[in-house]
Design a protein around this ligand. Structure first.
Ligand SMILES: Cc1cc2nc3c(=O)[nH]c(=O)nc-3n(C[C@H](O)[C@H](O)[C@H](O)COP(=O)(O)OP(=O)(O)OC[C@H]3O[C@@H](n4cnc5c(N)ncnc54)[C@H](O)[C@@H]3O)c2cc1C
Length: 441
């Protein structure tokens, strides 16, 4: 008997879970259900558009989608088009792989002002995510502040200071390239509450900042400690030493031949967003770092800026039938198990940490439990799910449909660019319906 499995979310963790089930030889049907008509989650909508080499991991997911057991149902939002409880009544096992799509938020005084954005929306905007393409961020001042000391902050900073020429090999939509390139931005500030040794940048991404065509990194050498403080694992110690060496090299660079600057400010805790209806600046408190924690010193300083982007983490939104951990913001689980027959993988399981490959072991873990514990054939799975979608009038997008979209995007790209993305769901569905009627005629 065949086990019927629904995986909700077609990002890396959803694909890894599907592949783990296939690799274990579990006799199953796997339905990957995705809210967007396009697969791949943050690989398409989060990973920086100038890091195409990273996006190539989708080739592996394409192979998974081609496995005979696997079906893709794009343009189906769980919670709107079908509930978790309905899915659990249709499938022997349901695996949640929905990531953490929302900004954690800053909770600063003045956070409501125009010109304040979260990384999820800002990154979604420059990546052509249909939910954020209309963000139209305020980029009218030459100074932008980014809050956060992780790679997402670096991605955003880098993309705001690259030249138009540097952007010609990306798949950033034209509206975002034009908006950034036509803005007066010359100085981007990246603020971290702790010191340079505590920053979470990976060294490869950090070094890239020193190689930009028309932007110089600015670091105050007095901010740099002679060595990494004690208390890190050996691996972390090495990583941080590399970052400190990179910051030292940055502090010795001559910025005078570049027209833009990316400033790293450490030991700076944001307190208040200044201005009237729109952002005019950011007030910060100096900190000292004790045992890895930032403590306020009562000394303040202001930085003038017209835009503030908070890259301080992600969280999940509420979804009926899914227990959330109020503190960590992830799905309550025990080794990937939420309840009998109900599982979670990826960021939704562990929180918003780790690189793409960190999501793979989650799939292996859940596949093992399913292989050992789930009794097949109790629930009908795919036919009932399709009946449900049809009865609701939902136009789902198959993987073959996605291939049409993919091909059209690649064909529409300007020379040198990898693709020109569709940025609205309506556009994608209209295009697919036209292709379908062309095939029939
Ligand atoms: C801005 C950014 C840049 C990054 N850059 C890198 C990088 O360069 N290199 C690297 O290794 N890692 C990078 N990462 C991390 C990497 O993207 C994550 O580890 C990975 O995407 C997490 O996979 P996931 O499947 O758990 O979540 P996601 O990738 O978020 O996938 C979740 C999927 O579920 C879908 N979904 C959500 N809700 C529903 C619903 N209700 N119904 C149906 N579907 C739903 C979403 O549309 C999405 O497709 C980056 C992360 C971010 C935020």
């Amino acid at each position: 008997m065949t086990i019927s499995i629904a995986i909700v979310g077609a990002g890396p963790s959803g694909f890894y879970a599907a592949q783990a089930l296939v690799d274990r030889g579990v006799d199953c049907h796997i339905d990957l259900i995705e809210t967007l008509p396009t697969p791949y989650g943050l690989i398409r909508g989060g990973v920086a558009p100038d890091h195409q080499h990273t996006k190539r991991v989708t080739r592996t997911y394409e192979e998974t989608a081609g496995e005979p057991q696997v079906n893709f149902y794009g343009n189906v939002e769980v919670g709107r088009d079908v509930s978790i409880l309905e899915l659990r009544s249709m499938y022997d096992a349901v695996i949640l792989a929905i990531g953490m799509p929302m900004d954690r938020g800053l909770n600063l005084i003045g956070g409501y002002k125009r010109g304040v954005y979260g990384a999820a929306e800002f990154v979604g905007w420059y990546n052509g995510h249909p939910a954020y393409r209309d963000l139209d961020p305020l980029l009218e001042d030459k100074r932008v502040a980014i809050i956060g000391n992780g790679n997402v902050a670096l991605d955003i900073g880098r993309l705001l200071v690259k030249t138009r020429e540097e952007m010609t090999v990306t798949d950033m939509p034209d509206y975002a390239i034009d908006k950034i390139q036509n803005s007066p931005i010359s100085d981007v500030y990246i603020f971290g509450r702790r010191g340079p040794a505590e920053a979470k940048f990976t060294n490869v991404e950090l070094r890239e900042i020193g190689r930009l065509a028309d932007c110089a990194p600015i670091v105050d050498p007095d901010e740099l400690p002679d060595e990494v403080p004690a208390g890190f694992s050996e691996r972390d110690q090495r990583l941080r030493e590399r970052n400190l060496a990179t910051f030292r090299a940055f502090s010795e660079m001559d910025p005078s031949n570049k027209s833009k600057r990316l400033h790293f400010h450490f030991r700076s805790m944001p307190l208040e967003i200044l201005g009237g209806d729109r952002v005019e600046g950011l007030r910060l408190q100096r900190t000292v770092v004790e045992d890895g924690e930032a403590m306020g010193t009562g000394r303040y300083y202001d930085v003038l800026c017209g835009t503030i982007i908070a890259a301080v983490g992600y969280r999940m939104g509420p979804l009926e039938g899914v227990p959330l951990d109020g503190r960590r913001g992830n799905v309550v689980n025990d080794g990937g198990r939420v309840e009998d027959g109900f599982f979670v993988v990826g960021w939704a399981k562990r929180g918003a940490t780790g690189v793409i490959s960190s999501n793979k072991p989650d799939g292996d873990q859940v596949a093992e439990i399913i292989a050992n514990e789930i009794t097949p054939g109790n629930r009908p799975g795919r036919p009932t799910f399709e009946e449900h979608l049809t009865s609701r009038g939902i136009r789902w997008v198959s993987f073959e449909d996605w291939r049409y979209i993919d091909e059209a995007e690649i064909a529409a790209a300007a020379e040198g660019m990898p693709r020109k993305k569709f940025v609205s769901v309506d556009e994608m569905i209209t295009f697919l319906d036209k292709e379908e009627s062309r095939d029939k005629s």
